[in-house]
Design a protein around this ligand. Structure first.
Ligand code: GLN
Length: 204
């Protein structure tokens, strides 16, 4: 069982496209129940929801064609934890450059897709993440977005050494540019699941 989490959680992973399987494996290793969500009715029974990395334009198209946009917005409004990783972060943002259709648009952040350039499509970095104890967190960036602006009540959780924002939180919602499901480190998944118990915000 994850330290600090008193019970097994049922965590959904939106499984329309992208790397939902890696999140599922991480959650199961942590002792939680993971559900691949392909129908809106599955949202009902979840304690928390992850929107994975993948191709944001494709996921946005599938969200619309499968009738997920309204139910996902409603899920975010219930206060249950929601986490967008990489493409998922793009879908949570209210402002995105070059997304050809609306995402979920619930977090007060501006996101720049593929912001780190073709030459460095993928890279890794050690991050200090507010609220994640135990030393730097190794983060994997794959054609990653950058968070260009974070407006209150959203807050910055982590930046790269050059200052680029790569993690932000707004109440029950978390956005990360990188892929925490690809390393063995489950501290950010634990942080995410604790968000329901620690709704006051970051850094406290
Ligand atoms: N570049 C992708 C997009 O804009 C995101 C990449 C990822 O999720 N790893 O959708």
């Amino acid at each position: 069982m994850t330290p600090g989490i008193s019970r097994t959680r049922t965590v959904g992973i939106l499984a329309l496209q992208g790397d939902f399987r890696e999140h599922r494996e991480m959650l199961e290793r942590m002792g939680h129940r993971a559900v691949e969500v392909r129908k809106t009715a599955q949202l009902e029974s979840l304690d928390a929801l992850i929107i994975p990395g993948g191709e944001s334009t494709t996921i946005a198209r599938l969200i619309l064609s499968n009738g997920f946009q309204g139910p996902l917005r409603a899920f975010c409004a219930t206060g249950r934890p929601v986490w967008g990783t990489c493409a998922g972060a793009i879908l949570l943002a209210r402002d995105v450059d070059r997304l050809d259709r609306p995402g979920i648009e619930v977090m007060d952040i501006s996101v720049h897709r593929n912001a780190f350039g073709r030459q460095v499509d993928s890279f890794e970095a050690d991050l200090d993440i507010a609220g994640v104890e135990g030393g730097p967190f190794r983060a994997v960036f794959i054609r990653a977005p950058r968070i260009d602006a974070v407006r209150s009540p959203a807050e910055v959780l982590a930046t790269l050494p050059g200052g680029a924002i790569v993690a932000a939180r707004q109440a029950n919602m978390l956005a990360t540019s990188f892929h925490p499901e690809l390393t063995g480190d489950d501290r950010l998944h634990s942080y995410f699941l604790r968000m329901a118990e620690e709704p006051a915000g970051v850094g406290d």
